[in-house]
Ligand binder design. Structure first.
Ligand code: HEM
Length: 517
């Protein structure tokens, strides 16, 4: 029950706790007082003035005044659905237990309930769903070992590889603090100083930056995680969601046509398909690499601006997710849902990916502010299993997380007075050896342009045309020095890439038309 309002016996017709004249549908205040007039303030004569003891009104209006909570600082606009994840028990052709002991993956056919929230990133809670943006793809698995959140995006890479830069990146893309408008000048001022973003930019400004909807869209964990087996041996993994509906993206022009008529099209598409019983599915695949630095590769496996080439690191299926139930209440389930990269279960672990480690602090930090200290007690966020902690109190504490039979006086550990006790370890610990100087340095193998150039050449011709046209439009408001800096970066990815953007911006004479037909 996602609303959690039912109290046993209350509201049944014979309930002695109901006031005379009160039926099960009777409107009450939050204090339980039946309301006999919900239309008129209590006033001195029919024309007022109003008296301050209108308590029913004060309660009603002051709750209304507090209906909004802060929206997410990023990914404010979203849509969600419930579903189920079914494991294959294998990773590719091998038993999955060889690489991870995470229980949800072990047995073929094992089902784990999930909740998914899709989102766009930059603009507010009711902004058009046709905007060019990465799309969030966040999955909460309610496993028997507690929750696992896989907080990913539709694109497989990201703009930056160091969490230190995230607030600056987001500020550059968010509306200007003076004009309150998104501004290509500000975006490309920042990006022209961020060469590692070129791969992401080459995806984002192509049609891949506007997925047709949330169903026909890929997902990716983007950051590098680890899997740990029962012997404590870890491997590096990347996660990918492969949509069984296929992938469909929009040109800028197609998106503009949709936006003119419907700026909720992706939310509507997801809701309507699930309502009609046409349940979208995604296969979860992983790429696996032995733990280590892999000096033989031309990229660093912990660098989230790079993909792991699929010829070398094939996508190995591990299970299938089906979304089969719409939320009953948007606020309670979708808005209050709180996902975070720190939310892992036994058998899954962090890698040293600097972005992942920075993210892991940020999510629950913002959620304590956005939703509240006790956000994990809300039904959408609470694990669907035994929860027993010694954490107590705080705003809106809904219940005390004690175990049945636990001595209620003992909210500390250890104790001999029947308090909570630690569990047995689930397997050998994963204990990587770490040594080095504490430094502020970027990684050595940055290789910022190679995969961006490959992506440019791998785009289909119509995608490449749209990419150039979108970049030229977005760069139009930027000062010439910023345009030139960007052209220099595109040229390093591929000379043709740089030339076409430069021609579109009339920085060099045009040789062939660049516009999309
Ligand atoms: C949402 C921080 C990078 C995917 C958020 C939120 C914060 C945040 C504060 C709002 C959470 C909330 O209010 O519940 C960061 C930081 C990053 C980072 C500090 C880098 C250091 C990324 C990356 C991805 C990503 C690389 C993709 C893999 C998401 C998604 C959401 C989100 C999908 C929305 C989750 C939802 O639907 O509730 N991020 N983020 N973020 N972020 Fe990140």
């Amino acid at each position: 029950d996602t609303h959690g309002t039912a109290v046993e016996g209350v509201g049944t017709p014979a309930d002695p706790r109901m006031a005379s004249g009160e039926g099960t549908q009777t409107l009450t205040t939050r204090q339980g007082h039946p309301v006999y007039d919900n239309q008129n303030l209590r006033t001195v004569g029919s024309r007022g003035p109003v008296t301050l003891e209108n308590y029913h009104f004060l309660e009603k209006i002051s709750h209304f005044d507090r209906e909004r909570v802060p929206e997410r600082v990023v990914h404010a606009r979203g849509a969600g659905a419930h579903g189920v994840f079914e494991a294959y028990g294998k990773v590719g052709d091998e038993p999955v237990s060889r690489y991870t002991r995470a229980k949800l993956f072990q047995e073929p056919g094992k089902q784990t309930p999930v909740f998914v929230r899709f989102s766009s990133v930059i603009h507010g809670g009711h902004s058009p769903e046709t905007l060019r943006d990465p799309r969030g793809f966040a999955v909460k698995f309610y496993t028997e070992d507690g929750n696992w959140d896989l907080v990913g995006n539709n694109l497989k890479v990201f703009f930056i590889r160091d969490a230190m830069k995230f607030p600056d990146l987001v500020h550059a893309f968010k509306p200007d603090p003076v004009t309150n408008r998104q501004d290509g000048q500000r975006i490309f001022d920042f990006i022209s100083h961020t060469p590692e973003a070129m791969h992401m930019i080459t995806w984002l400004f192509s049609p891949w930056g506007i997925p047709a909807n949330y169903r026909e869209m890929q997902g990716s964990g983007v950051n590098t995680y680890k899997w740990v087996n029962k012997d404590g041996v870890g491997v590096l993994v990347k996660y990918h969601w492969v949509p069984q509906q296929g992938v469909r993206n929009l040109t800028q022009e197609q998106a503009e046509q949709i936006q003119a008529k419907n700026f909720n099209h992706a939310t509507q598409d997801l809701f309507d398909h699930i309502k009609a019983g046409e349940f979208p599915k995604w296969e979860l695949c992983v790429q696996i690499m032995t733990d280590g630095e892999h000096p033989e590769l031309d990229f660093d496996p912990l660098d989230d601006t790079k993909i792991w080439p699929e010829e070398q690191f094939p996508l190995l299926p591990v299970g299938m997710m089906t979304l089969n139930r719409n939320p009953e209440n948007y606020f309670a389930e979708v808005e209050q849902a709180a996902f975070g990269t720190g939310v892992l279960v036994d058998g899954l672990d962090f890698s040293d990916d600097k972005m992942l480690q920075g993210r892991t602090f940020s999510y629950s930090d913002t959620q304590r502010y956005r939703v509240g200290t006790n956000y994990l007690q809300l039904p959408i966020n609470a694990p669907r299993k035994h929860v027993a902690t010694n954490q107590r109190d705080g705003q809106m504490a809904l219940r005390v997380d004690t175990a049945p039979g636990q001595n209620p006086h003992v909210n500390y550990e250890p104790s001999v007075l029947n308090g909570l006790t630690e569990s047995a370890p689930a397997g050998a610990p994963h204990e990587p050896y770490v040594e080095g100087r504490l430094v502020r340095q970027k990684i050595e193998r940055t290789n910022d342009f190679q995969q961006a150039g490959e992506r440019y050449r791998q785009h289909e011709p119509w995608e490449r045309d749209d990419l150039i046209s979108n970049l030229v439009t977005a760069l139009q408001p930027a000062e010439r020095v910023i345009q030139e800096r960007m052209v220099a970066l595109f040229t390093q990815c591929d000379p043709d890439y740089g030339r076409r953007v430069a021609e579109g911006l009339a920085l060099i004479p045009q040789k062939e038309p660049v516009a999309n037909d």
